[in-house]
Design a protein around this ligand. Structure first.
Ligand code: SAM
Length: 280
């Protein structure tokens, strides 16, 4: 619903490079008592991460990526980066912030894996068109400040038939209805008028409910989107599919464990995250 001007975009990108330098997942690492990046510590982090998102394997399909040129966009703590390289993908990583790039390269070196992570933005990617068979972007494109342009840049980087697998935040999740009812209602009205796009401008506390630094600061920019609008943003791809996942046990589900909640129908209808596959 919001538009981002060039100057706004420069500011968002600069803010992203600063904010995300603290690895996304740092709070979790602290909670797990991890203070170094030894193989043992990173394994502890990764085991927790893959257990917390049990459907990731299904969406990323690591086993299909052996021998394929894979680009990961938005690296964070590097769990997926390492898995992609271990699965035999010819790995390249891209992140706007230095911290995640250093972590991904550290993981590759530490495990004797090929591949390289580079600092840069998906909005101006430092790669030739049609360089990749697959692109994986979990929880990244909605932070760039221009989801539509990020999706288009990914398309240009894919060879014909190549596949983009990504996760963005769902605009009509139960969490959004509870935490940001006015914004969610305004977005529903916007879509009812036949318009398509993202919930752009948002309060810092709403962004912090999804991504927060150790000091409590919210991410500089976050978009939420519906299934229908996301399909529209991916209309230049030949094929598109999406599925809702994820839930957390906030009110009114406090009495349930998250594991149990994931087994109910809730994530599939009002889940937090939208996983999508778009084929060029
Ligand atoms: C929420 S983290 C997700 C990290 C990881 N994929 C995960 O699932 O834990 C978002 C990541 O996207 C990166 N990012 C944000 N804007 C970007 C841009 N324009 N280009 C590339 N990476 C970007 C951030 O630096 C950060 O590492």
């Amino acid at each position: 619903m919001s538009t981002t001007t060039t100057t706004d975009q420069e500011t968002v990108s600069k803010e992203n490079a600063r904010f995300w330098d603290e690895l996304c997942g740092s709070q979790l690492a602290r909670y797990l008592g991890i203070s170094d990046s030894s193989p043992q510590s990173l394994k502890k982090f990764d085991d927790w991460y893959m257990d917390f998102y049990p459907y990731l394997d299904h969406h990323i399909r690591f086993d299909d990526l052996k021998g394929k040129k894979v680009l990961e966009v938005g690296l964070g703590y590097g769990t997926v980066s390492q898995r992609l390289a271990e699965a035999g993908g010819l790995y390249s990583g891209l992140d706007i912030a230095a911290g995640p790039v250093n972590m991904a390269n550290h993981r590759l070196r530490q495990n004797g894996l090929d591949g390289k992570a580079t600092q840069g933005s998906i909005l101006a990617p430092p790669f030739e068109p049609e360089s990749f068979d697959a692109i994986v972007a979990i929880g990244c494109l909605h932070h760039t400040g221009d989801l539509q342009a990020a999706i288009e840049q990914c398309r240009l980087l894919l060879r014909p038939g190549g596949r983009l697998t990504f996760m963005v935040y769902y605009a009509y999740s139960y969490r959004r209805w509870i935490q940001a009812p006015r914004d969610t209602l305004a977005y529903a009205r916007y879509e009812l008028r036949g318009e398509r796009g993202v919930v752009g401008a948002s309060a810092s506390r709403h962004r912090a409910a999804y991504d927060k630094s150790i000091s409590g600061e919210g991410a500089p920019h976050t978009d939420w989107i519906s299934k229908r609008s996301l399909a529209e943003l991916c209309s230049s791809y030949s094929r598109f599919d999406s599925k809702l996942e994820n839930a957390d046990a906030i009110w009114p589900f406090r009495f349930l464990s998250r594991k149990l909640l994931l087994k109910t129908g809730l994530p599939g209808i009002l889940g937090l995250d939208l996983y999508a596959t778009a084929t060029r």
